[in-house]
Design a protein around this ligand. Structure first.
Ligand code: HEM
Length: 235
């Protein structure tokens, strides 16, 4: 990943990705997308293999939202993304928040599904580690989405925080949220509900971990270089 030229931390150039593609096209995101699709197919197959129930929609919607759509939203603002690198930065940024909004809706429906299912079954809420991590992921997701508004209007809010720091904060909290959801999915795959054998279970887990690593690697480097650049610029 190439570093960007230093920019004024308060200006419109205080972006996390360069306005013109300066980084090489990477196939990492494409591999991540294939792993995510494979994993979602396995989960959907397991959910519906023995018939359709209300519960079937919980893991299906959660994995679809978190692993396919959320990764696409993150990839859209990752330097060198194969699918979006040709787009102007404003279009990539729009693609990011529109997909993220869609993720919010899918995850909210998946959450309402499991809450309703538990009420119907008369089972206790937030009793397992998976459900606690799930609730935390949901709260983090909403926080990140609100932080995204801050990043979108960062120039208007520059008297409170310099745009570059607003965007770095949003990116860091966003990546933490993504990882939290991945842990939740892993715990879900490890729950007592899973009765589809260890081969499918561990294959799904490896795919989930691969998606996480392939998705966060470049954004993490982006944050690191941007922070390093700012600290050197300030000294
Ligand atoms: C990021 C994705 C996910 C989130 C945020 C999430 C969130 C939640 C929450 C909050 C609950 C508890 C609801 C309550 O107690 O009223 C729950 C329950 C459940 N989820 Fe998920 N979930 C996710 C993905 C998955 C996946 C992929 C699976 C299965 C492979 C799964 C399986 C279950 C099961 C079996 C329950 C009921 C038992 C329990 O409470 O642990 N979830 N989920």
């Amino acid at each position: 990943m190439e570093e960007m030229p230093p920019s004024d931390k308060n200006s419109d150039t205080s972006r996390l990705i360069a306005p013109n593609p300066t980084s090489k096209t990477s196939y990492i995101n494409l591999v991540g997308n294939v792993c995510a699709l494979l994993c979602v197919c396995i989960v959907i197959y397991c959910c519906f293999a023995s018939g359709v129930t209300l519960f079937s929609f919980h893991p299906s919607l959660m994995t679809l939202g978190w692993m396919v759509f959320m990764t696409s939203a993150i990839n859209a603002i990752t330097p060198g993304d194969l699918a979006t690198e040709w787009m102007p930065i404003r279009l990539r940024s729009a693609r990011h928040w529109v997909i993220q909004l869609l993720v919010g809706i899918i995850i909210l429906i998946g959450f309402l599904v499991i809450i309703s299912n538990k009420i119907i079954m008369d089972k206790p809420h937030f009793a397992t580690l998976h459900s606690k991590f799930g609730l935390a992921s949901l709260i983090f997701m909403i926080t990140t989405m609100l932080g995204g508004l801050g990043a979108l209007y960062s120039l208007k809010l520059k008297q409170y925080l310099a745009p570059i720091y607003m965007k770095l904060l949003h990116a860091s909290v966003g990546l933490s949220t993504f990882c939290l959801g991945i842990i939740t999915i892993l715990l879900g795959l490890y729950s007592q509900w899973w009765q589809f054998g260890d081969t499918l279970r561990y294959t799904s887990m490896v795919l989930v971990l691969a998606v996480m690593l392939l998705t966060i690697l470049r954004p993490l480097l982006k944050i690191y270089f941007r922070l390093k650049e700012r600290l050197e610029y300030n000294n």
